[in-house]
Design a protein around this ligand. Structure first.
Ligand SMILES: *Cc1c(COP(=O)(O)O)cnc(C)c1O
Length: 225
C-alpha cells in the first residue's frame, strides 16, 4: 500500500517522455512484486547476481535495467534478457557486451556512464573520453550493441547548485553529441539522471530516465539480507 502510494505520488511529478526506473536493489522479490502489482514495469538493479535472481523469480514482462558497475566477466549472465545497461564505463566492457549480445542474437541497448560528480570514487568516462570513443573505429565496429544515450550520478551533497550544475553539464554534453555525426550504432535519445534525492531537479534539467529507489521502497537496510 505504501509502495503503491509512493509510486503514484512520484509518477504525478514525472512528465510524459521521462521514464521511472524503480530501483529495487536489496529489496526482496515480494517487495518488487508489490510495485509490479501497482503497475510498475521497469526496475533497476546494481548487482548482476541480484538482477538475475529477480529476473528468474518475477513476471517476464518486466524490463530489467542494470544501473551499477558491471564487470566484464559477468556480462554473460545478463546478456540474454537485460533491457538497458546504464553503466558502460570502458570500451573493453562495451566490446564484451557486444560479444555476448551477438552470442544471444540480440542488440543490447547501453548508456555511457559519464563522470559528472566531484567525488573521486564514481565510475565513468570524462566528457572528452566520450567524444573520443564516439569517433573511434572500435566503437563503429560493434554490431550487437546500440548506444542510446548517457547516464550520470551527481555528487552526494547538500549543495543544490552544484548538483544542478552537474546535471546541466551532462545535458550540455548530450545536446552537443546529438548535433554531431554519429556512427550507426549510436543514437542519443536517453539521458539517465536523477535519484530519490534529486530527481525533480534532474527532470528540470532534461532527464529522460530517473532511477528512484528509496523514495519508492523506503530506506535500504544493508545489514540484514
Ligand atoms: C541505488 C541507486 C539509485 C537509487 O538511489 P535512491 O537514492 O535510493 O533513489 C540510482 N542510481 C544508481 C546507480 C544506484 O546505485
Amino acid at each position: 500500500m505504501i509502495i503503491k502510494n509512493n509510486l503514484e505520488q512520484i509518477l504525478r511529478t514525472i512528465p510524459k517522455g521521462c521514464k521511472l526506473i524503480a530501483v529495487s536493489k536489496t529489496h526482496p522479490a515480494e517487495t518488487v512484486l508489490q510495485a509490479y502489482e501497482a503497475g510498475q514495469r521497469i526496475f533497476g538493479e546494481n548487482k548482476v547476481q541480484e538482477l538475475v535472481a529477480k529476473y528468474e523469480a518475477l513476471p517476464k514482462d518486466i524490463e530489467w535495467h542494470l544501473i551499477g558497475h558491471l564487470q566484464s566477466n559477468k556480462v554473460k549472465y545478463v546478456a540474454p534478457f537485460v533491457h538497458l545497461i546504464h553503466s558502460i564505463d570502458s570500451l573493453k566492457l562495451l566490446q564484451e557486451v557486444d560479444k555476448q549480445g551477438s552470442k544471444n542474437g540480440r542488440i543490447i541497448p547501453c548508456l555511457l556512464q559519464v563522470h559528472i560528480a566531484q567525488e573521486e570514487t564514481k565510475f565513468g568516462f570524462s566528457a572528452e573520453e566520450v567524444e573520443t570513443l564516439l569517433k573511434s573505429s572500435e566503437l563503429a565496429d560493434l554490431k550487437s550493441i546500440q548506444l542510446v544515450g548517457l547516464m550520470g550520478m551527481a555528487s552526494f551533497t547538500e549543495n543544490h547548485q552544484q548538483v544542478r550544475n552537474e546535471f546541466k553539464s551532462l545535458k550540455a554534453l548530450f545536446e552537443k553529441l546529438k548535433r554531431q555525426p554519429l556512427p550507426a550504432n549510436v543514437r542519443m535519445t536517453e539521458l539517465s539522471m536523477g535519484m530519490s534525492g534529486d530527481y525533480p531537479m534532474a527532470i528540470e534539467e532534461g532527464s529522460t530516465m530517473v532511477r528512484v529507489g528509496s523514495a519508492i521502497f523506503g530506506n535500504r537496510n544493508y545489514t540484514t539480507p
